[in-house]
Design a protein around this ligand. Structure first.
Ligand code: PEP
Ligand code: MN
Length: 296
């Protein structure tokens, strides 16, 4: 790879010595694998949808039913949450073991696979009974003991990019999973922190350049989470469409039956109707620019 541009912080030598498993072996190399019957890295662009937090059994059942009907491939939702501030209220509180069991009920009843976050090794076995994909949150991207333990379970992993990390550090985290022999690893861009230039718009800046940048050097699928990146629901549609256009291998979107009353980050989720409109627009767009699709 040409390394004369300062923005490309990964050299050919690095690819061989630091990322032997994460790096592409040739320009055509792209991982393709199935998770619970859904193909990654192929013609399908899988969609993950659901609330930020698994707030209650009723909520997760309602969301699972609706997003599945609308066309989502995975149900997302955190029961163990890395909440930025330690203060809790009845509403603003993790549902932990109960939340995981509700995800299990929703998965069974509506036949939709589940992605959920793991923050501590001691809960891995319990979470693995329900999760189809283990999410390593942005804040744990460099928690190498957690990534190693999660990878050892052989459950597929999705590693969110820390908002302060380079592509180089992110791929280093993926290498920790691959070295355990876990081949089903997905990367997720969720916005980076660029304080001085970006404060005027939102907390994070969606780094869509990282999609082609990562795809140039790694064979792993790269998905994008525009909800966490933008923080404002009105920007989720334009940035989701841009993510699809950038070649993302999947999209994760926060969807809530009553977005303004989401227990966490109520400014960012979209409603079922908005999600339906969005998935149709993304499907139309991806079909018009490639041989890929979202809806059958
Ligand atoms: C999430 O997806 O629920 C989440 C907490 O995301 P992030 O780690 O990107 O902040
Ligand atoms: Mn969140």
């Amino acid at each position: 790879m040409d390394n004369k541009f300062p923005g490309k912080d990964i050299s050919d030598e690095d690819l061989k010595s630091k990322f032997p498993l994460t790096a592409k072996k040739n320009s055509e190399h792209k991982s393709k694998f199935e998770i619970s019957g859904i193909e990654f890295g192929g013609d399908l662009v899988p969609i993950f949808a659901g609330p930020n937090m698994v707030e209650s059994k009723e909520l997760i059942m309602d969301v699972a039913k609706n997003v599945k009907e609308i066309g989502a491939h995975f149900l997302r939702g955190g029961a163990f949450k890395p909440l930025t501030f330690p203060y809790r209220s009845k509403k603003y509180n993790e549902t932990r073991e109960e939340g995981i069991s509700w995800l299990g009920l929703a998965k069974e009843k509506f036949n939709i696979p589940v992605i959920t976050e793991v923050m501590e090794e001691k809960y891995l076995d319990m979470i693995c009974e329900v999760a189809d994909i283990l999410q390593i949150g942005s804040r744990n991207m460099q928690n190498y003991p957690l990534i190693t333990a999660a990878a050892k379970t052989k459950k597929p992993l999705m590693i969110k990019r820390h908002y302060g990390s380079s592509l180089r550090d992110w791929l280093g985290a993926a290498e920790y999973a691959l070295i355990e022999g876990n081949e089903k690893v997905i990367l997720c861009e969720r916005g980076v922190s660029v304080p001085h230039t970006h404060r005027a718009t939102s907390r994070f800046l969606l780094d869509l350049q990282v999609v082609p940048a990562a795809q140039e050097v790694t064979h792993l699928p790269i998905i994008v989470d525009p909800s966490h990146a933008t923080f404002w629901r009105s920007w989720v549609k334009p940035m989701s469409l841009s993510s699809v256009a950038s070649g993302a291998d999947g999209i994760m979107i926060e969807v809530h039956p009553d977005p303004e009353n989401s227990a966490v980050d109520p400014l960012q989720p979209i409603s079922f109707e908005e999600f339906k409109e969005l998935i149709n627009s993304m499907d139309k767009l991806v079909k018009s620019i490639s041989n890929r699709y979202i809806l059958k």
